[in-house]
Design a protein around this ligand. Structure first.
Ligand code: SF4
Length: 224
């Protein structure tokens, strides 16, 4: 596979991979990613550590990105710092790009300056990135695939946990004695920036507490 550029051949290959991996275990998908691309990057929200744990079982030195928007809950910052130290994570923190102060929380371009552009810079030169996106996250992610060409960042995107349910995640965390984000105990099921994150409004939509009341569903990282 040549993931350097988008092409019909690459799309065909990715379609075949999706068919092959629709019912595969995340560890098999991660192994395939490592064999195919060698260099990769994991970017996740740190609302749960399942993906980081699974990746580190195969590549203890994997780079893990934390997008510091400078608007996170204190609990998130403490959780990330504690995990970094206790797990010896090779953590890369991004910070908002220049101009972010002109786009306060909730305005149209805030996520662009605090998440999308910093991640684009962090992924520069990579062939693939892994995310913890799941179909159960929200209706807008219900048809997400295992692998896809990521138009936003220009590389292959791999979602090893895409078919997992919330119970699958909970079971994995419990079976492996993995610490949970402290806000889970307070009812949060998807955790973003503090000014715009509430516990979910609907039990059927775990991301319904994100940008509550604004109609916004995604920050621009995922075109699921
Ligand atoms: S979630 Fe809110 S504060 Fe965080 S980057 Fe997006 S708009 Fe800004």
């Amino acid at each position: 596979m040549n993931p350097a550029v988008d092409s019909p051949a690459l799309r065909r290959e990715l379609a075949e991979v999706n068919e092959r991996f629709e019912h595969a275990a995340p560890s098999d998908i991660i192994r395939w990613t490592l064999e195919q691309f060698g260099s990769w990057t994991v970017a996740c929200s740190f609302e749960d550590l399942a993906l980081v744990h699974l990746v580190r079982a195969q590549d203890a030195d994997a780079e893990v990105i934390f997008l510091d928007t400078e608007a996170h809950f204190d609990e998130t910052l403490e959780f990330v710092a504690r995990t970094e130290e206790e797990w010896g994570l090779r953590l890369r923190r991004t910070t908002p790009v220049e101009g972010a102060e002109e786009w306060p929380c909730g305005t149209a371009q805030c996520c662009t300056f605090r998440k999308v552009r910093p991640l684009a810079a962090a992924l520069d030169g990579r062939q693939a990135w892994l995310t913890s996106l799941k179909r159960v996250d929200s209706p807008s992610r219900a048809h997400a695939s295992v692998v896809s060409w990521d138009e936003t960042f220009g590389l292959v995107k791999v979602n090893p946990l895409v078919t997992w349910s919330d119970d699958d995640v909970a079971y994995y965390l419990s079976a492996n004695d993995i610490p949970e984000h402290p806000l889970w105990a307070r009812g949060y099921t998807s955790i973003g920036c503090a000014p715009v994150t509430l516990p979910p409004a609907s039990a059927h939509d775990r991301r319904s507490g994100r940008w509550a009341g604004s109609g916004k569903m995604e920050c621009g990282l995922h075109q699921a």
